[in-house]
Design a protein around this ligand. Structure first.
Ligand SMILES: [Zn+2]
Length: 294
């Protein structure tokens, strides 16, 4: 246990250097993958995301991209028809709990519910509630789950509380961890609880920060711009050029549709030869290639 903690601390120090972190991630990807892969996921946490879905679906269709949508049950129930059409178009639904966990207050995206503040029973109730709504929507139970605001409950004990519920509900994977887990373990790894975990990707400029849409113009605490979002994606494509790397990108529809650079970035990823896959497809195809244990 102590050796493991020391190893993790040592790796965190070493991979603070962005090129080393990217090199390690690409090397781990190359041991598992035979092609560059885009895992594109959309968190639909707010009612405003529903308004953006038609534009997003149209673009994904044009680009031949299949994606995975993480949507709380309450949001699905408020626009069931629109979400059902996404499912019919071949996109996957990842469970994301039942209750809404965010709202936009005075133009700011504000978190309203955190799993680490809930009891075990409340977590289980929320997860089962979300799974049920997805089962009703798609006709089959979800394969995976994303913890609301994954960055806020990444302590191992907090993750374990959620993973235990996911395993008891027979889910196969989670995509709830931060880029540092990808740098340490690769694009997919088996947790101690026995669940596959797929960490989201980090920025080019800072491999430990999530490359999401929120950080580029929607988080009032940072001054990053949409142009920097495109710059980060282009930086990664150049750095990983020709290598079988997985980009696991997390976006909010209501933010993506307001960034021309987001559309440009997705086009460049596809033009660079990345194959878009649903998370469940990725798990079936690559989980058994995973060699590194956390
Ligand atoms: Zn969310």
């Amino acid at each position: 246990m102590i050796a493991k903690l020391l190893r993790a601390a040592h790796l965190r120090m070493l991979y603070r250097f962005a090129p080393l972190a990217r090199h390690r991630y690409a090397r781990l990807c190359a041991t598992m993958l035979d092609q560059p892969v885009l895992l594109l996921s959309f968190d639909c946490d707010n009612f405003e995301d529903i308004d953006a879905l038609d534009r997003i679906a149209e673009f994904l269709g044009e680009m031949n991209i299949v994606a995975t949508f993480a949507v709380p049950g309450e949001i699905i129930q408020s626009a069931r028809g629109q979400f059902a059409r996404l499912s019919e178009r071949g996109h996957e639904f990842m469970s994301h709990g039942y209750r809404r966990h965010s709202e936009i207050q005075s133009g700011q995206y504000t978190s309203t519910l955190f799993y680490h503040k809930l009891s075990d029973a409340e977590i289980a109730e929320d997860i089962h509630g979300g799974n049920e709504v997805i089962g009703e929507l798609t006709g089959r139970k979800p394969a995976g789950f994303r913890i609301p605001h994954f960055g806020h409950s990444s302590a191992p004990a907090e993750l374990a509380r959620v993973y235990d519920v996911l395993i008891s509900a027979d889910l196969k994977y989670s995509s709830s961890t931060l880029p540092r887990c990808g740098i340490l373990n690769g694009p997919i790894y088996l947790t101690e609880e026995g669940l596959w975990e797929l960490p989201v990707s980090g920025m080019y400029s800072n491999p430990f920060s999530v490359l999401d849409t929120y950080s580029f113009g929607f988080n009032h605490k940072t001054a990053r711009t949409a142009a920097e979002f495109l710059g980060n994606v282009t930086g990664l494509l150049d750095a990983f050029s020709g290598r079988p790397v997985c980009l696991n990108l997390y976006c909010d529809p209501s933010q993506a549709v307001r960034m021309d650079e987001w559309f440009q970035a997705m086009r460049r990823i596809v033009q660079s030869g990345y194959r878009a896959m649903r998370f469940d497809e990725f798990v079936s195809q690559y989980a058994d290639k995973q060699r590194v244990r956390p």
